[in-house]
Design a protein around this ligand. Structure first.
Ligand code: SF4
Length: 248
């Protein structure tokens, strides 16, 4: 069977503004794949667990093209559960899209096209799924990739910091992101709801953005943030805007 006739079960394809990661604020096409084998207790995409329609890779490429947007995120559910997502990402890269992959980190990321920017969500104890983390994935991360921790408690934060230190994530990846799901926000001293990116680290320093959790802020001494990187144009594969630390 030709690659283009292979199918994936797709929950939805839509155009919106990227709300997370260092790509936040960019127009983006989201390709949401159905199914997930995890059940994180803060999950906000449960509707993707079972609902989806089979579409050929050709049909998916056509649907993405209708938005005329150079940035595409493959998300879920858990996209890596369906093996045909690998050729889809390669085809998107070949078509000169900038491709992001949002994955739980519970599945092998080593076969993902190296042109893809991988955003790996390492599961904290508070998620209820910490046992599913595939730690060997860390070895495959590069300076293109980002790791995120969604936290519900102070213990999750301490746990995440320990993992950042132990695996050298701050120097191994482009960024380390700390996020709080909606329902834990009031306990975290945040002044707005929703998943809020509050810290990005590109070196040993952690840079905290407002609104931020109070305990996170206490860890910071002198720091300031700056953004770099031009806007995306169709077909570009530029690095995302970095938030870099200075004067620590
Ligand atoms: S991995 Fe993502 S989609 Fe799956 S249960 Fe957790 S938050 Fe939901």
């Amino acid at each position: 069977m030709s690659e283009r006739k292979k199918t994936l079960t797709i929950n939805e394809i839509y155009h919106s503004i990227q709300g997370e990661s260092t790509w936040v604020g960019r127009p983006c096409v989201f390709v949401r794949l159905a199914f997930c084998n995890l059940r994180c207790n803060y999950c906000d995409t449960e509707y993707a667990f079972y609902e989806g329609k089979k579409r050929t890779l050709d049909e998916i490429l056509e649907a993405v093209a209708t938005f005329g947007c150079p940035l595409v995120e493959i998300t879920g559910g858990e996209p890596l559960l369906q093996k045909n997502v690998l050729p889809l990402m390669t085809m998107l890269c070949d078509s000169r899209y900038t491709v992001l992959l949002e994955t739980s980190g519970a599945h092998d990321v080593s076969k993902v096209d190296p042109r893809v920017y991988r955003i790996m969500d390492l599961k904290t104890p508070g998620s209820g799924e910490v046992g599913k983390n595939l730690w060997s994935n860390i070895d495959h991360l590069t300076l293109r990739d980002e790791v995120k921790f969604v936290m519900g408690t102070r213990e999750d934060y301490e746990w995440a910091c320990e993992k950042v230190r132990r695996y050298g994530l701050a120097s191994r990846c482009h960024a380390v992101l700390y996020l709080w799901p909606d329902r834990s926000a009031p306990d975290c001293g945040m002044d707005s709801g929703g998943q809020t990116q509050c810290a990005v680290s590109t070196s040993d320093a952690q840079i905290h953005l407002e609104p931020s959790a109070t305990w996170c802020l206490k860890d910071v001494r002198k720091s300031r943030t700056s953004f770099r990187g031009p806007g995306l144009t169709h077909g570009s594969a530029e690095a995302p805007p970095s938030i870099i630390s200075q004067d620590r």
